[in-house]
Design a protein around this ligand. Structure first.
Ligand SMILES: Nc1ncnc2c1ncn2[C@@H]1O[C@H](COP(=O)(O)OP(=O)(O)OP(=O)(O)O)[C@@H](O)[C@H]1O
Ligand SMILES: Nc1nc2c(ncn2[C@@H]2O[C@H](COP(=O)(O)O)[C@@H](O)[C@H]2O)c(=O)[nH]1
Length: 207
């Protein structure tokens, strides 16, 4: 069985990561989504254990203490963290998993890769960018989830996040969600057939 790919995606809030993940998840039932833990309040329509595991600060801290998290960070004033089980189990079973995390979380996964060869060989880092800063602001306002204070916090944090793009293996500029989904799919498909991840067919090289 070939190894799965862990697609670590970051980009500023409002770039369209969740939108594009949803498009791909609907198209490919072999792809899974790493449901993160967060102390943020659920938004209207968000479901516990589907969009996030919504936890109190105490619950989140006991997850940290139990060693359940692959990485965690304080993002826009709340804790967010990736469950080891959401990533490592999937990859071991040959499945690919989309991991939507911020730039700090991406750096922590890179660090974890230094001492985890399996994670390192599964990981692909994709930066997600909006076409412009103005468009980012307009998308974030248009989403209608933020008050003026949290919107400004996210837009301010976006400046540092946008500068981190050179740390990634790939860059997707989200002009249009379907096109961005196609680009992300092309990255995943190419990564799946990398020689380092491909099982040899029986009898290879036949001669
Ligand atoms: N290419 C696009 N053109 C116009 N609007 C878009 C595009 N992609 C996403 N959007 C819209 O922009 C808003 C932000 O998108 P989304 O919530 O997917 O961003 P995100 O990067 O996941 O944000 P966060 O990091 O806060 O979770 C949503 O209202 C979404 O419908
Ligand atoms: N370091 C981590 N960052 C995460 C994780 N899950 C989500 N995120 C990032 O948080 C922001 C804000 O998300 P929102 O849902 O409140 O809009 C976003 O940029 C995500 O990428 C995580 O597990 N670890």
């Amino acid at each position: 069985m070939s190894q799965g790919v862990a697609i670590i995606m970051s980009g500023p809030s409002g770039a369209g990561k969740s939108t594009v993940c949803h498009i791909l998840l609907e198209q490919d039932d072999k792809l899974s989504f790493s449901v993160s833990c967060t102390t943020r309040q659920p938004r209207e329509g968000e479901k516990n254990c589907v969009d996030y595991h919504f936890l109190s600060r105490e619950e989140f801290e006991s997850r940290i203490a139990a060693g359940d998290l692959l990485e965690y960070a304080e993002v826009h004033g709340n804790y967010y963290g990736t469950l080891k089980s959401a990533v490592l189990d999937q990859v071991k079973q040959g499945k690919s998993v989309l991991i939507d995390i911020d730039v700090q979380g991406q750096r922590l996964i890179r660090k974890a890769c230094e001492s985890d060869a399996e994670l390192a060989s599964a990981s692909v880092f994709v930066f997600f960018a909006p076409p412009s800063y103005q468009e980012l602001e307009s998308r974030l306002r248009g989403r209608g989830t933020e008050n003026e204070e949290s919107l400004n916090k996210r837009l301010n944090n976006a400046k540092a996040e946008l500068e981190a793009w050179t740390e990634y293996d790939y860059m997707v500029v989200n002009h249009q969600p379907q096109q961005a989904a196609l680009e992300l799919k092309a990255i995943i498909d190419a990564e799946k057939v990398k020689v380092s991840r491909t099982d040899l067919v029986k009898g290879w090289p036949y001669v």
